[in-house]
Every structure is written in structure tokens, then in C-alpha cells.
Design a protein around this ligand. Structure first.
Ligand code: GLN
Length: 199
């Protein structure tokens, strides 16, 4: 089974670990550079991107993660994790820094401050079985993608219809939503396949 780490600095680490295990991966938390060395892929969970950014420096993971990304390690970021993979962040805090990797502009807390969380259907290209019914929690959306970034999913209904919420660039995958919280394991299975193919 592919060994997939979950960046365990802050956020919904346990939910991602359980979802990856259910998708057939050997899932484990990553909190130290030595643990990062042992994984074939990495998930950056939902949580708070400003905190994850700060703790990445405190735990001395910033440089090793940047390097693994540059070397082609597959990474999947959900919500705050998507922000951590973006080359440009709007409405971010001045001191927050992403690992970057995906050539895109994301807007933090984009879906509106009055709406804390909501569900919407999202179809994801390359994943069969119908639309995902996903959860957005103070989620970012993608306002611009560069060349080489594939748009995998957009919101199909409601006030945010047409907004880009799932993208892929090479081995990097990002979603605005939280499949780890809704029991739909198809996205984790898709990422586990991506990691298997990259090993
Ligand atoms: N609003 C959070 C941030 O800016 C993301 C929310 C989430 O991950 N559920 O990082």
C-alpha cells in the first residue's frame, strides 16, 4: 500500500488519516522531517492556513516539504491545505506563506463571512459515480489558474455556481471542500491511485 502522510500540525488530521486508510493507504501523521522522509505522498488537511503556515516553520517542515514538492511528491490539500498549495493567496494574513506548487490564485474565506458552512453538489472530472455532496467551511475558492492547471471541479448550483473548487497540477491536487468529513472516499481513493502511480 502507498505510504501517505497527513501533515499533523493543526486541523482535521484524524479524519484524513481514517479516510486514507479506508481508501487502502498506509496512512500516518507527519510532524517531523524524519517522518516526512518515509512517506510517498502527503495530505495537508483543512484547518487554519495561518496556523499551519506558522507551525510549518516552528516544526522545521517548510524547507523539507518545499523540496519534496519540487521533487514531484504527490500532495493533496483540502481547504486550508488548498491555500497552502497556492502560488497566490488573496485575503490572507501578511505573514502567512504557502508551500506554493500550484500556479493559481485562491481567495481565503471566499464564500462569505455570513455563511460559515454549506453543502453543495460538485462534479469532479475523472471521478465516476456522480457529483460529490460536499461541505464548505469558511472555504477558499480559486479565482485564477495558470497554464498547466487542470480545473477538476466547479460548484454546479446556488449562489456560488461556477466557482472553481477542485484543481490538479501534475501530482498536486487541491479542493476547497472537505471529503474527509462527509464519508465519500472517492477523492482519497483518487489521490491514493495518484501516489501509487508516482512511486
Ligand atoms: N478559513 C480557513 C483558512 O483560511 C480554511 C478553512 C478550512 O480549512 N476549513 O485557512
Amino acid at each position: 500500500a502507498p505510504v501517505i502522510g497527513v501533515l499533523a500540525l493543526q486541523g482535521d488530521v484524524r479524519e484524513h488519516t481514517a479516510a486514507l486508510a479506508a481508501a487502502g493507504a498506509d496512512a500516518r501523521p507527519v510532524r517531523r522531517p524524519g517522518e516526512l522522509d518515509l512517506v510517498d505522498g502527503l495530505v495537508i488537511p483543512g484547518g487554519e492556513s495561518t496556523t499551519i503556515s506558522r507551525l510549518a516553520d516552528v516544526f522545521e517542515l517548510r524547507e523539507p516539504i518545499d523540496k519534496r514538492i519540487a521533487d514531484g511528491m504527490p500532495v493533496y490539500g483540502s481547504c486550508a491545505g488548498m491555500i497552502m498549495l497556492a502560488s497566490e493567496v488573496l485575503d490572507g494574513r501578511p505573514d502567512q506563506r504557502a508551500f506554493a506548487g500550484i500556479e493559481m490564485t485562491v481567495r481565503r474565506n471566499a464564500f462569505g463571512r455570513q455563511v460559515h458552512s454549506f453543502e453543495a453538489p460538485v462534479s469532479v472530472a475523472g471521478i465516476d459515480g456522480g457529483p460529490f455532496h460536499v461541505l464548505f467551511i469558511r472555504a477558499p475558492w480559486v479565482e485564477r489558474v495558470g497554464q498547466g492547471v487542470e480545473v477538476l471541479g466547479t460548484v454546479t448550483e446556488g449562489p456560488a455556481a461556477g466557482r472553481i473548487v477542485a484543481v490538479r497540477q501534475g501530482n498536486l491536487l487541491a479542493t476547497s471542500f472537505h471529503p474527509e468529513l462527509t464519508g465519500d472516499r472517492r477523492l482519497h481513493a483518487y489521490f491514493a491511485d495518484l501516489v501509487r502511480a508516482a512511486v
